[in-house]
Ligand binder design. Sequence first.
Ligand code: PAF
Length: 300
Amino acid sequence: MTASVTSAPAIVRTIPEMRKAIREYRSQASPGATVGFVPTMGFLHEGHASLIRRSNLDNGLTVLSIFVNPLQFGPNEDFERYPRDESRDLEVAAAAGADIVFLPSVEEMYPRRTATQITVAGVTERLCGASRPGHFDGVGVVVTKLFNIVSPDRAYFGLKDAQQVAVVERMVQDLDQPVEIVPCPIVREADGLAMSSRNVYLSADERREALVLSRTLAQVPAWIASGMTAERLEAAVTAGISASPLAVIDYVEALTYPSLTPPAADVPLSDADERLIVAVAVKFGRTRLIDNILISVPEA
Ligand code: PAF
């Protein structure tokens, strides 16, 4: 199987079929040909398409998975109503150039209760790890299963969920999983809203108000350059977002990246010699959005 920009991808729904497709590709491909993997929960947008295109540039074969993973949703979260549209997703996957789309059912992925846990300590203590208990344990299990099924050389993750990237990178290092993690930039709408499958939940008013996130985060480099400490920066970001009457803040945190630990208190962030992240989670109505900015301090 070879990468093609326009042909329809092969659709695979079972684990044995997926393993067979990879075995066949590797047995026929030229030596050194690599497999790229883009794990998703579907309802694909331009952010996902950019990951597929990047994988196509780097690899001979690109596998996209679409699986809404029940293990990473809490009991009061949106697993049941998470948006799903298989036929539209297949069109996006074909246009972006995926070669294989892996679409397993919940029964295929979890034929029995999963007794094995994967907890990545430390990097999951804050941000979404704190707000969504168990979320990253569910991500760890599904990503490990998908890596075991697809056996990719590289896997592509968007930095909109920068904590997920840090968690997966740490898991791969700790468990010697033989895959290179490729973090990819956040893709935004023309007006700045970070692309997310959950944006579809927003009403017109909420969609407009949600722009406060990217507008506020865009001021972070200047605020750091002006000598703010982490505490003052978090207060400035909180005030910026609170200007929207619809915004209900879950968290605003300035941390080092990828360790996700607090920077030294009382020291201006402009003096930090580590990468920093300012990450936010904010609800607009029933929709919880996340966004962030990653900064290498000399850039600020
Ligand atoms: O980022 C996502 O869409 C999901 O967390 C992932 C990586 C596909 C695992 O279910």
